[in-house]
Design a protein around this ligand. Sequence first.
Ligand code: GLN
Length: 497
Amino acid sequence: MLSFTEVFYIFLFMEFYRLSLRTVQDLINKKEISQKEVLKSILGRINQVEKQLNAFITIFDYELDFNSYNTKFLPIAIKDNICIKGKRTTCGSKILENYIAPYDATVIEFLRSAGAVFIGKTNMDEFAMGSSTETSYFGITRNPYDLSRIPGGSSGGSAVAVASGEVPVALGSDTGGSIRQPAALCGVVGMKPTYGRVSRYGLVAFASSLDQIGVFARNVYDCAIVAEIICQYDDKDSTCVNLPQEKFTGELQTVDENFIKNIKIGIPKEYFIEGIQEEIRQKIFSVIEFLSRSGAKIEEVSLPHTEYAVATYYIIAPSEASSNLARYDGVKYGYKSSSKTEDDYPEVINMYRKTRQEGFGAEVKRRIMLGTYSLSSGYYDAYYLKAQKVRKLIFEDFMRVFNKVDFIIAPTTPTTAFKLGEKINDPLQMYLSDIFTIPCNLAGLPGMSIPCGYDNQGLPIGLQLIAPHFKESNLLKLAHFIELNFKFEKIKNEYVV
Ligand code: GLN
């Protein structure tokens, strides 16, 4: 929350990009600032920092000629795997470098009617496969807290755009942690709703049983503003659950001492294993102690199959990906190889092979091979089927725990942001950085990461909250309570770049 003096200086220097979405919307409502002034400030900020950060793949041009005081105004950046009609949707891949989306994703339609102004499309690991935003065809994205470090991934561009003041809010997608992990590493709020809560129509498929669109914001209230717009039923996605739209922002006003006194929080012992950075453990426990002092009941719980989650995910997600990515063949979508080949294969096969060879990056090829292998007839039972069974056990672990508690609190990541290049040639180490975010996707649960301080190098630490299915509203309420009442250390400069 900005202090009165901070707001005064923001006005003095016209740095409207620093304002929260809620404040921007309030001020526009009261006709104290115009959309044009805010947009100009946002675009100015992008100009100032984008060269260093590379958070965007595409930035849209705006003729700053509208001076409307329309009360609906929502400047937002969109991960480049979500379709906006008539705009490029690259998924961070050469194969879709020039692909123009022919329709709007459902979330884009919902946002449009809420007054969205789309600022641009954000950088991401190719096809959302990665944890560091280093596999994009459009270059790496840097962490604004330390330009020699990764921002997390795969929605690194969205996390960085929000963390550095380029936009107040952004959309990302989370298949195995791609919203929560970069949110944690960039010091912002990130929320992945329940699987089935948000329509996936118009989200380019990676692993369809896990993919979910969610929100990045600089505070919980702003996250709630966007979440309540996108959490709506859509009959174009058959996995979208038909529930009434909730008023999350209204719910936040009801958070008080009684809310906290009536909740039970589980602390899973498997998430505080050896190898987790000591400062992360300490910070998470200081929040837990604070919640206990505030009246919440805290209980140690066990999720015994956690250790199998990474292996399970890295069979299921690549299997689904290998099937989903079969559509990129140089005929139906995007890039088509024009090079000649000497091979003896019939012409069209050569074209498919060349197109994929040239169009996909190394990580995507690795996933396609992993997935094709796990699904092949001789190995299906041993890998894919077995992984599905373990997924069920992981799901049941959570169900057992949620019979006793209302929330789970855990770290979002085992370490703070690592150095660029540190893990890019060691896929196993890279995959292990998803250890605390993946179980939530396998169980389809809603999860959130909120900032909870910094390590001794000044790098942000994320605290993860998980709730039972469709309890997004409780998740936001607890996050809001922590954000408002826990005494967070401040770092000197909110925007480090
Ligand atoms: N890092 C994970 C992966 O590489 C998660 C990606 C995601 O959530 N999109 O698959």
